[in-house]
Design a protein around this ligand. Structure first.
Ligand code: S3P
Length: 193
């Protein structure tokens, strides 16, 4: 198993925050696929959706994930693939090619949360999420609908952690416990920069 810990799952389930906490505990770098995509596009996600459409956003997302998943960097000491925590955007796993690339790269842990918890987090969040504005529906209705559409895609992850009633630190502990049991490779060198 390549030493990547991959966090995916619906919007506002804690992927970035839990990814940061898990990466800090492991002493590994955190790579956020949305942040990479925004840097590459030179504009924020809502602008990509508005100016170029979702298809362009998904094409960029595929490029970024393919790059992250096939990270050619090797540990200079032992030659093993460099470890990392990767957090993806909420729709990434829906794409077959993303799923296949991530599956080859490491252990996929899906974060989930109850729809009402997601709605509360989205309302508190400063990030605009174009997928939740589609159809002009009430937030809870749109979340439930999209979650149902993506149920099968998320079910392909290796593990699921429901973060509804957990703090970021508790969620990261669950993730790390799973990873320690199932994902950790034989990589024994010092943390990568
Ligand atoms: C999306 C989730 C977002 C971002 C984009 C599309 C989705 O990421 O990639 O707005 O389709 O679920 P977060 O899950 O980090 O909000």
């Amino acid at each position: 198993m390549a030493p990547k810990l991959i966090l995916t799952g619906f919007m506002a389930t804690g992927k970035s925050a839990v990814g940061r906490a898990a990466a800090a505990r492991l002493g590994w770098r955190l790579v956020d696929s949305d942040a990479e995509l925004v840097a590459r596009a030179g504009k924020p996600i809502p602008a990509i959706f508005a100016e170029h459409g979702e298809a362009r956003f998904r094409a960029l997302e595929r490029e970024v994930i393919a790059g992250l998943a096939s990270d050619p960097n090797r540990c200079p000491q032992c030659g093993a693939p460099r470890p990392a925590v990767i957090s993806t955007g909420g729709g990434a796993l829906v794409d077959e090619r993303n799923y296949a690339a991530l599956k080859r790269a490491g252990l996929i842990i899906c974060l989930s949360a109850r729809p009402e918890v997601i709605a509360a987090r989205v309302r508190r969040s400063p990030h605009a999420r174009p997928k939740l504005l589609e159809g002009g529906k009430p937030l809870e209705v749109r979340i439930a609908e999209l979650m149902e559409e993506r149920r099968a895609a998320y079910a392909r992850a290796d593990f699921n952690v429901d973060t509804s009633d957990l703090s970021v630190v508790e969620s990261a502990e669950r993730v790390l416990a799973i990873f320690a049991r199932r994902g950790r490779s034989a990589h024994r060198c010092a943390p990568s920069a």
